[in-house]
Design a protein around this ligand. Structure first.
Ligand SMILES: [Ca+2]
Length: 228
């Protein structure tokens, strides 16, 4: 009974967290039609929350504009100040910028959040999603170096879950965001796809300070990193 009670509170809390616009998107003063340096895509979505989610899933996005009248969502990035052109529907635009308040760290177009405690892989994934983020996706050497040299600079023995996983019947790994698996930094004998004596098989990708990347059973407990 108490278990059910706690579960209900968690579900309500998650629903509440998922409804509000993610904490990393800060509203900018806007007046007119926003112009970005680089538009990644323009789409029509129901609300600005979904617009922010589309941005988080896009590698080169740290700014969004949502039009509350026609529901246009523009996602992209900016290196200089945004320009606003006066227009008849100008007041309908809401513009938000990705800002990584400490302890989050910004790198390129993403904010990185380190978990406070360790969890199994699935609860880690859910915690990131409840924040409007996703489990860490590492797309190239530079981002991998950032993880080692900046995010965990003083912790050579760190071990974290990432958003890399494989389906039980498959031997190849994939990212939780659906981004192509184009880069990996496996330890020489990994991924081992091993099956433990306990019957658990290694299906989740863990980044370690000592042994590069390795696969481990998803029900192991590790710290994790969420990426916005
Ligand atoms: Ca392994």
């Amino acid at each position: 009974m108490i278990h059910l009670y706690i579960k209900t509170i968690c579900v309500v809390l998650l629903a509440f967290l998922s409804r509000s616009l993610s904490a990393v998107f800060h509203k900018l003063d806007s007046n007119g039609e926003p112009g970005f340096n680089k538009v990644s895509k323009s789409l029509v979505v129901e609300n600005e929350l979904l617009c922010s989610r589309a941005c988080v899933k896009t590698a080169e996005c740290d700014i969004i504009a949502f039009n509350t009248v026609n529901h246009t969502c523009i996602i992209g990035s900016n290196t200089t100040e945004i320009t606003f052109t006066p227009s008849s529907i100008g007041t309908a635009w809401r513009v938000y910028e990705l800002q990584c308040d400490p302890p989050m760290v910004k790198y390129r177009h993403s904010c990185y959040y380190r978990s406070k405690i360790g969890r199994q892989w699935l609860p880690s994934k859910l915690e990131c999603e409840a924040m409007g983020a996703h489990l860490l996706v590492v797309t190239d050497t530079e981002e991998n170096d950032f993880i080692y040299n900046v995010l965990f600079r003083d912790e050579p023995n760190f071990e974290i879950f990432t958003g890399g996983f494989r389906l039980m019947e498959e031997s190849t790994y994939q990212w939780i965001t659906g981004e192509p698996w184009t880069f990996a930094n496996w330890n020489p004998l990994e991924p081992s796809l091993a099956v433990w004596d306990t019957g658990e098989s290694e299906e989740c990708v863990c980044i370690t300070g000592q042994w590069n990347w390795t696969d481990i059973p998803c029900n192991q407990t590790r710290m994790f990193v969420c990426e916005f």
